[in-house]
Every structure is written in structure tokens, then in C-alpha cells.
Design a protein around this ligand. Structure first.
Ligand SMILES: [Mg+2]
Length: 121
């Protein structure tokens, strides 16, 4: 079973993402900010990270930059989640090491296709 870490400060979004990912046969864990996510990754690297941009404590971008420097941190595929307003962030996220992006709100089909693109579904 593939593992996915959902990183988002919104409990509702984590819950929706978890539900979708479980129907796609992922083993899901959650983190509410980048710092929590880094802690979890240092214990076990997930196969894929679904990453929010705006979060307190440590943003998605800060997490991504930190992840890519730690041992084993180049392994997880990172799908960065953004809103229509955050379109400008996409290029920066890809340059920082994100593999794909998905626009919020996302549905099952969209998320599934993005996970297929990164080779995780
Ligand atoms: Mg957020």
C-alpha cells in the first residue's frame, strides 16, 4: 500500500483528502503544518505528499525546501495544492522541487490523475 502525507492547516481539507485517498488505496497520515510534516517525514518518508501552500508555523514552500535537503527527502513525490489566487506560486513550487500541482477544490478524478502523473497511483 502506498503512503500519502496530507499537509494542510484546514481540518476539513485534510478530511476530504483523506477520504479520497483512502478510496484510491492509500495509507494516509496528516500534518497541520510544515513543521509537523517534517517531523513525520524524518520518522518515515511517505511515497507522496499532498502539500498546502499557506499554513501557520511553516509554510508549504518552507517545508518543501527543507524536505529536499534532508536524507531521503528527494524520494517523496510532492503534489502542491493551490487556489486560483495562488496560480503565481506554481512556477516557484516546481522550481523548489514540487512534482505536480492541483487546484483547490479538487475532486477524486483530478487528484487521481495527478497521482498517476507522478507515478503513485
Ligand atoms: Mg492553508
Amino acid at each position: 500500500m502506498k503512503t500519502c502525507l496530507v499537509v494542510d492547516d484546514s481540518k476539513v481539507i485534510r478530511k476530504v483528502a483523506r477520504h479520497i485517498l483512502e478510496t484510491l488505496d492509500f495509507n494516509v497520515s496528516e500534518a497541520a503544518d510544515g513543521s509537523e510534516a517534517l517531523d513525520q517525514c524524518s520518522r518515515a518518508m511517505p511515497d507522496v505528499v499532498l502539500l498546502d501552500w499557506n499554513m501557520p508555523v511553516m509554510s508549504g514552500m518552507e517545508f518543501l525546501c527543507a524536505l529536499r535537503t534532508v536524507e531521503g527527502g528527494s524520494k517523496p513525490k510532492v503534489v502542491f495544492c493551490t487556489t486560483e489566487n495562488g496560480r503565481g506560486h506554481i512556477q516557484a513550487a516546481i522550481e523548489a522541487g514540487a512534482d505536480e500541482y492541483v487546484m483547490k477544490p479538487f475532486d477524486r478524478e483530478t487528484l487521481h490523475s495527478k497521482l498517476q502523473i507522478v507515478g503513485c497511483a
